[in-house]
Design a protein around this ligand. Structure first.
Ligand code: NAD
Length: 485
């Protein structure tokens, strides 16, 4: 083992950048700590302007050849990346769990297989990406999806490899080259992805990984004039900074941001299902952008809903995410825990009632919390907490339910529990959200558009929407044969 290799639960992870097909160290490093027990996982290369410049230069140099590589060959290599992910699911799952504290069982059985699927899906979609030619006064219009150039992809820590590959796979499939900057609180699986991609035959410089802090490596990357696309998943304040850099260079940017999504429970709903959906919102210790953190329940069933919800939530096991029996793991970082607790303490001081929880647990764990008696205009109802904290409000009419649901600055997702199909149609039509689920939650297909309205994002990812973003779409008009004679 060299000094750059960080062994995480027996898996060797190279803590340096991956630039132009080579491992590159930085003079500075930062310490990566596990949220499970505070153990130091490694010293990670801390990139800045120099590493950003080198990575963009490598991506620019590799671009012409990759862009000219036939679609079938690009798709073959991406399938090989998917195979490499499949072979290393266990290693990826173990490393991710140590790094971000999410459940090992869901990394093993849900998340990492989905990472492989991200590559297969976009490789296959590429092969079917066609727009039928059409005619204008005898001239033929041919639409093509041309690669755009180097893409900077910046990702958060709550689902590191899943969210990163959701961008990496379509960007590469489209024929672009990529510089990935993973979150500094969960840098490790991006490094493993670089190994897997290289083993799969992805040419040097096509995928680059720059590690480091957002304000250093991230801001240098998004301000680089040779970058042709920026795709960001993270918080609203960071998005505004990145949008300013993108504007300066007129670079198209896509933003997947936070949320404060509602779960609307009507009296005609299956209460067993509705309470299951509500308890599910504690998944990943509440660190899910899509989480329906505002429970809006019709008054006539609110008592029964609350009783059954609390019974179920009390059965959740909080603890070590490596344990199969655990339902809720730790929160990512002491700073995140403080932030969560600050929101809850201010809400309680403002008159909220803790139906459940309301305080941190042992170590880096926050007790699953449900707050009632909260005002619609209060901070706890309006702002994203990103922890296991839900609020409970009641309504008496459908109009009121819709008004409360739409009354935040976000618009990422909404979930509706109702037994009335006509009501479902009426309500979903009025909700401001990129994704709406009726009597279900978190069912997602890569061909569906995904993104947020208002402050929850700009643009959509998934299927053709991803290729529209990552490509320079071109229309070529050809005169009829004999026109030039
Ligand atoms: P964050 O904005 O703090 O950081 C996200 C990434 O941006 C990190 O890689 C960070 O290093 C980088 N960054 C920070 N400052 C930067 C700058 N000035 N220039 C360039 N890059 C910079 O967000 P976070 O705390 O890591 O993630 C949590 C947020 O992400 C929540 O708001 C959550 O809702 C959101 N999120 C959204 C989705 C979605 O798909 N809509 C999915 C997951 C998470």
């Amino acid at each position: 083992m060299t000094e750059h290799i960080t062994p995480v639960a027996g898996v060797a992870v190279d803590a340096r950048h991956w630039i132009g097909g080579e491992r590159v160290a930085s003079a500075a490093t930062f310490t990566d700590v596990s949220p499970i027990d505070g153990a130091v996982l490694g010293e990670i290369a801390r990139g800045g302007q120099a590493e950003a410049d080198a990575a963009v230069a490598a991506a620019l140099a590799a671009f012409p050849a990759w862009a000219a590589t036939p679609r079938t060959e690009r798709a073959r290599i991406l399938h090989a990346v998917a195979d490499g992910v499949d072979k290393r699911i266990e290693e990826l799952a173990v490393v991710e769990t140590h790094d971000n504290g999410a459940l090992l069982r869901s990394h093993r059985r849900g998340v990492m297989p989905r990472v492989a699927h991200n590559f297969r899906f976009f490789a296959d979609w590429l092969l079917n990406l066609e727009h039928e030619d059409f005619e204008t006064r005898g001239h033929t219009n041919h639409v093509s999806w041309d690669p755009a150039g180097p893409c900077v992809l910046i990702t958060p820590w709550n689902a590191p490899l899943m969210l990163a590959t959701w961008k990496v796979a379509p960007a590469l499939a489209a024929g672009n080259t990529v510089i990935l900057k993973p979150a500094e609180w969960s840098p490790l699986t991006a490094s493993l992805l670089a190994d897997i991609a290289a083993e799969a035959g992805l040419p040097p410089g096509v995928l680059n990984v720059v590690q480091g802090y957002g304000a250093e490596a991230g801001s240098a990357l998004v301000a680089h004039p040779d970058v042709r696309r920026i795709s960001f998943t993270g918080s609203v304040p960071t998005a505004k900074t990145i949008a300013a850099s993108a504007a300066a260079n007129l670079v198209p940017a896509s933003f997947e941001l936070g949320g404060k999504s509602p779960l609307l429970v009507f009296a005609d709903a299956d209460i067993e299902l509705a309470t299951d959906l509500a308890v599910e919102q504690y998944d990943n210790a509440g660190q899910v952008c899509l989480a329906a953190t505002r429970l809006l329940v019709e008054e006539s069933v609110a008592d029964e809903f609350t009783r059954r919800f609390v019974e179920k939530a009390a059965r959740l096991t909080q603890g070590d995410p490596r344990d199969e029996a655990t339902d809720i793991g730790p929160n990512i970082h002491p700073r995140q825990l403080e932030k969560i607790d600050g929101f809850v303490r201010r809400a309680l001081a403002a008159g909220a009632r803790a139906v459940m929880g309301g305080a941190p647990g042992e170590g880096q764990y926050y007790r699953p919390t449900l707050l009632a008696d909260v005002a619609q205009d209060s901070e706890i109802v309006q702002e994203e907490v990103f922890g296991p904290v839900l609020t409970l409000q009641t309504f008496t009419t459908e109009e009121e339910a819709v008004r409360l649901a739409n009354d935040t600055r976000f618009g990422l997702a909404a979930t509706v529990a109702t037994g009335d199909q006509e009501r479902a149609g009426r309500v979903t039509a009025q909700l401001v959200a990129g994704t709406v689920w009726v009597n279900c939650f978190f069912v997602r297909d890569l061909q569906a558009p995904f993104g947020g309205s208002r402050h929850s994002g700009v643009g959509r990812e998934g299927g053709t929407w991803s290729f529209d973003f990552y490509c320079d779409v071109k229309n070529t008009v050809t005169a009829p044969k004999g026109w030039a004679d």
